[in-house]
Write a protein that binds this ligand. Structure first.
Ligand SMILES: Nc1ncnc2c1ncn2[C@@H]1O[C@H](COP(=O)(O)OP(=O)(O)OP(=O)(O)O)[C@@H](O)[C@H]1O
Ligand SMILES: C[C@@](O)(CCO)CC(=O)[O-]
Ligand SMILES: [Mg+2]
Length: 318
């Protein structure tokens, strides 16, 4: 059996802007997804946290017909098919996914599923991929599932681990500094793939205004990188509020979260913003007990958001 542990991740700065060539900063957290891959005579997928809204079963053939299922399984199926189509290798296996959170909560669950399946399934196929190669393949798969939209941020952060700065356009740099974050999430009204499409349509409506917003986010990311190195939490927090305001301008936040963020600022919590694709999902604040109370007022589930240095880890258990 092959067991893969994959850290979830938070986006500290630069979500959405990074898709259009701006920089970003993300980090892995102590909440981990686990994927077990066991050789089997048939390809079977088990996932503890999937809930499918509405299904239609053809009882004669016992065939489950559900568009929702196809969508939900698209990241895993695309990964299996990648190895079949691009590498010409396939093996049947039982793939068991155990996630500490529901799917699509703004914590890089899609990246975790792809990175974990690439890491574990390639091992089953006898390939010995470096983490950088796992990240590269995963980025290609995640982006293709998302209709060609997406950046290298989530898959590289999840595969390599730690606090990761992504310079404009390409490359990455590990930031060896400490950060203390409080985080939680609420249910989402849209997946990241859907939010990415909506942001793209905003760009098509007014490209000049869009570029001004994302280039300003890019400037915030560069300032945030300096603030992290200088361990200046006040500056970092202030930049989180400004980044949130610009994500509001892109239309990816929700009123209850916007109210929470402005209340956080009034209370004197140093910083607070959404994290990830938006449309609900995760919210991060500079570490503060009051942030936990505030998050629970909107029904958010508080997560274990210690920032860790681990990326994906693969263990072969005979
Ligand atoms: N436990 C799981 N089992 C199977 N598929 C999962 C699981 N968790 C997530 N997924 C897949 O990832 C999709 C959610 O990806 P999405 O990008 O919307 O959320 P996210 O990655 O958590 O958020 P963000 O990209 O903003 O960080 C789900 O629709 C499903 O296809
Ligand atoms: C919204 C986005 O910037 C972050 C999602 O976690 C998408 C991406 O970078 O792929
Ligand atoms: Mg995602």
């Amino acid at each position: 059996m092959i067991e893969v542990k994959i850290p979830l991740k938070i986006t500290l700065f630069g979500e959405h802007a990074v898709v259009y060539g701006e920089p970003a900063i993300a980090a892995t957290i102590s909440e981990k997804m686990k994927i077990r891959i066991i050789p089997n005579d048939k390809m079977i997928l088990k996932s503890n946290s999937l809930s499918i809204k509405g299904i239609k079963v053809n009882l004669d053939e016992m065939k489950l017909e559900s568009e929702e299922t196809g969508k939900i399984l698209s990241y895993i199926l695309s990964t299996i098919n990648y190895f079949k189509d691009e590498i010409g290798k396939q093996k049947n296996a039982l793939i068991e996914i155990e996630s500490p959170v529901e799917p699509s909560v703004g914590l890089g669950t899609s990246a975790a599923v792809v990175v974990g399946t690439v890491a574990g399934y390639s091992k089953l196929l006898g390939l010995d991929l470096e983490k950088e190669e796992i990240a590269k393949i995963s980025y290609k798969i995640e982006k293709s599932v998302q209709g060609g939209l997406g950046s290298r941020m989530d898959t590289y952060t999840t595969a390599l681990g730690g606090i990761m700065y992504f310079p404009p356009k390409e490359g990455y740099e590990k930031i060896n500094k400490k950060l203390n974050i409080t985080a939680g999430y609420i249910r989402r009204i849209a997946t990241t793939a859907e939010t990415l499409k909506r942001v793209k349509s905003i760009r098509e409506k007014d490209e000049d205004l869009f570029n001004q917003i994302i280039s300003t986010i890019g400037k915030i990311v560069e300032k945030a990188k300096k603030a992290i190195y200088q361990e200046n939490e006040e500056e970092l927090g202030e930049l989180m509020y400004i980044n949130h305001g610009l994500l509001m301008a892109l239309g990816v936040t929700l009123p209850p979260i916007d109210n929470l963020v402005s209340t956080a600022k009034t209370l004197g919590i140093l910083g607070c913003k959404i994290s990830g694709g938006g449309g609900g999902g995760s919210i991060i604040c500079t570490k503060d007990e009051r942030a936990k109370i505030l998050l629970s007022t909107i029904g958010a589930k508080i997560i274990d958001s210690d920032i860790i240095d681990d990326g994906v880890t693969i263990t072969e258990i005979n």
